[in-house]
Ligand binder design. Structure first.
Ligand code: FES
Ligand SMILES: [Fe+2]
Length: 337
């Protein structure tokens, strides 16, 4: 039997935790693995993160306020600088009472945190360069453990049942083409299937008879999947629009997972490419609704055990098995049992 992992130690990797714009004058609590962190801005506006636990009697610092660049505990007023050093109202600076300080970087409109001393060069690559244009990012909470979310995002077989826009209908399940390749550091997957006809697709010029093409790569330092979605039109031409969604799956404790989703798009049609900035809300809404479909369903399978023992896995589940191995070996830094 596998206990669910607590995801202790995963902050040796960079995780996106909050939109930069969501951190103003008040501190904000975020969670990565088993620990909560209090994010706040120092006097020069630079983001900082401390363990969300006062050194005195463990009150959450995120419930306090920021005073001249220090975060002040709401209980007895001890305050902490971005490096975690402590000052108390009665005794001034205290040594040996520091709170754990994390490294924070602001990038792609997001705040990313990792253990102090983690090198910036190990930030995961989120490619938004030409021809892609950044559409925006959003966050969605999944009420299920990371391994359940990862399994869900490692197969498209659930598409006709859980989704209603992108992808195929149940009657086309027999004509789905699927390939998966396992590598030491990643899994690559591709699906080809008849795109179901619906209004949302027509808005993007994808009409009846198009082929849905979904290619993705899943990596584990930290856990994220980079999806590329295109269509082949009924006459065999590729559609001009390409959607990219890089989805970070951040464990919040053992039983919840926060998705941080970065969306970009490109359009090979010169005129439509010009219109792409105006399409941002529509593109974001399309991706967001797909992910919310998964989030709505995931509670139904949240109790799925860690082990695949006893499950009758099918061909579409090949990436799940490899991903579980990589989740253990890379993200959890342990050998598979
Ligand atoms: S618990 Fe924070 S100052 Fe007392
Ligand atoms: Fe899904």
């Amino acid at each position: 039997m596998h206990e669910l992992p607590s995801y202790d130690g995963v902050t040796r990797f960079w995780h996106p935790v909050l939109a930069s714009s969501a951190l103003g004058e008040s501190p904000v609590r975020v969670t990565v693995g088993p620990r909560d962190y209090a994010l706040f801005r120092s006097e020069n506006g630079a983001p900082a993160a401390l363990l969300d636990r006062c050194a005195h009697r463990f009150a959450p610092l995120s419930k306090g306020q920021v005073v001249r660049g220090r975060i002040e505990c709401p209980y007895h007023g001890w305050s902490y600088a971005p490096d975690g050093s402590t000052r108390t109202p009665a005794r001034g600076s205290l040594t040996n009472c520091n709170v754990l300080s994390m490294r924070v970087i602001e990038r792609h409109g997001y705040l990313w945190i990792a253990d102090a001393g983690t090198d910036e060069s190990s930030m995961p690559e989120v490619r938004f360069g030409a021809p892609f244009e950044f559409m925006g990012a959003f966050s969605t909470l999944f009420e299920a453990p990371l391994h359940v979310c990862l399994d869900n995002f490692s197969e498209d077989e659930h598409t006709p049942w859980v989704h209603t826009r992108l992808g195929w209908d149940a009657r086309d399940a027999g004509s789905v083409r699927f390939e998966a390749s396992n590598f030491a550091d990643r899994t690559e997957v591709s699906y080809r299937a008849p795109q179901r006809d619906n209004l949302a697709m027509r808005v993007f010029g994808i009409s009846k008879g198009a082929l849905f093409c979904n290619d993705w790569v899943t990596r584990f330092d930290p856990v994220r999947t980079d999806y590329t979605i295109t269509h082949e039109l009924a006459d065999g031409r590729p559609s001009s629009l390409t959607l990219r969604a890089v989805i970070f799956m951040v464990p919040e404790g053992a039983r919840r997972t926060r998705f941080q989703v970065f969306v970009s798009a490109s359009d090979r049609h010169p005129l439509r490419a010009l219109a792409l900035p105006a399409m941002k809300p529509l593109v974001l809404a399309l991706v967001r609704r797909e992910i919310e479909d998964d989030a709505r369903f995931i509670g139904t399978v949240a109790a799925t055990p860690w082990s695949f023992d006893g499950m009758r896995l099918g061909r579409f589940d090949k990436p799940l098995v490899h991903n579980r191995t990589l989740l253990e070996r890379i993200y959890l830094a342990r050998e598979s049992a």
